[in-house]
Ligand binder design. Sequence first.
Ligand code: NAG
Ligand code: NAG
Ligand code: NAG
Ligand code: NAG
Ligand code: NAG
Length: 279
Amino acid sequence: MKALIFLVSLVNMVYTYTMIVSWGRPTEMSPGSTVDQVLWDTCVKYCYNSMYCVLAYGNDSSCTLFDFGDVSTVEKLDPEENLKVAMKINNSTADTTCPTSISGSFPSKMRSMWETFTNSNYNITFTGDLWKFSYQDKVTQAGSNYALPYTIIFPDGHFKLKQSIVLIGYPSEQRWFLNIESSIGEVLFHFNPRPEVNEVVRSTHRNGVWEMYESSGGYPFTAGQQFNLTITNSISDLQMYINQVWFADYRHRTPNPAEDYVKLWVQVAVYVDSLEILG
Ligand SMILES: *[C@@H]1O[C@H](CO)[C@@H](O)[C@H](O)[C@H]1NC(C)=O
Ligand SMILES: *[C@@H]1O[C@H](CO)[C@@H](O)[C@H](O)[C@H]1NC(C)=O
Ligand SMILES: *[C@@H]1O[C@H](CO)[C@@H](O)[C@H](O)[C@H]1NC(C)=O
Ligand SMILES: *[C@@H]1O[C@H](CO)[C@@H](O)[C@H](O)[C@H]1NC(C)=O
Ligand SMILES: *[C@@H]1O[C@H](CO)[C@@H](O)[C@H](O)[C@H]1NC(C)=O
C-alpha cells in the first residue's frame, strides 16, 4: 500500500507544471521522439502530460518531444521561421511575465520511483538569444534500446481486440511497470513486477484512486534472463503470457475494451530490447 500511495503523489505533481511557448529551435540535443500529424497544441499537451518531457518543438505538421536531460540549448527565432518551442516549467515558480530564468523539478529518471524517490532539477536560463538547460542528477540507463519512459499511442489509435503487445526485455533487480492508459490518462491496466516480494501486481487507477489489485501467479521473471511478455486484448480480458506460457488474465475494467486502451508506457528499471504491437 505504501508504494501505491507514492505513485498517486507523483501523478499529482505532474499537474503543477506550466508550458511556456516561444518561437525557437533546439540547437544541442539528443534525438527526441517525433510526433507527426498532430496540431501544435496537441503536441504541447503530450509534453505536458508526459512525465519526463521538458520541451516540445515544432509546428502544426511535425513536432518533437525532448525528455529531461536530452536538450541543452534552444535558440530564439523570429516568427517567420514558424518553429515553436514549449518549455515545461515548475508552475509555482512561474511568473506572469516571460521569465529570464526558470526552473523545474522531476522525479529521478532511472531510480525506483517506489522506494528511493528523489527529485532531479533543471534550470533554464535565457542569455543573448539562447535558452540553456542545466540538469542536476540525470541518471541514464545502460543497455536499453529504448529510453525510458517509453510511451506510444497504439498504431490504430487504440489497442484493438485480438492485438498483442510483445515486450522483449530483461528484468532488473528493481520494480518496473507497464501501463495501458485511456485517452484521458486513466491507468486502465497497470502491470508491475515486484522482485523483492515475488509478485506481479495488476491494477487500475481511475478518479485518483487505485482499484483492487490482483497478484496471482507468482513472479515468473528471472534476473538476467531475457523474457517475452505478451499481452493480448481478448473479448473479456487482457491475457498475459510470459515466455509463451499463460501467466494470468485481467478482466477488463473498462466498458469498451475494443476502443478504450489508447496509450502504452513502460517505466523504470527494465531493459527493453523490443516492443511491438502485433495483429
Ligand atoms: C514544420 O517543422 C519542420 C521541422 O520540424 C519543417 O521541416 C517544416 O517545414 C515545418 N512546416 C511548416 C509548415 O513550417
Ligand atoms: C499553478 O497552479 C495553480 C493550481 O495548482 C493554478 O491555479 C495556477 O493558475 C497555476 N499557475 C500557472 C502560471 O499556470
Ligand atoms: C516547484 O518549486 C517550488 C519552489 O521552488 C518547490 O517547492 C516545488 O517542490 C516545485 N514543484 C515541483 C513539482 O517541482
Ligand atoms: C538551479 O538554480 C538554483 C538556484 O540558482 C541552484 O541552486 C541549482 O543548483 C541550479 N540547478 C542546476 C541543475 O543548475
Ligand atoms: C513472444 O511470444 C509471442 C507469443 O506469446 C510470440 O508470438 C512471439 O513470436 C514471441 N517473440 C519472441 C521474439 O520470442
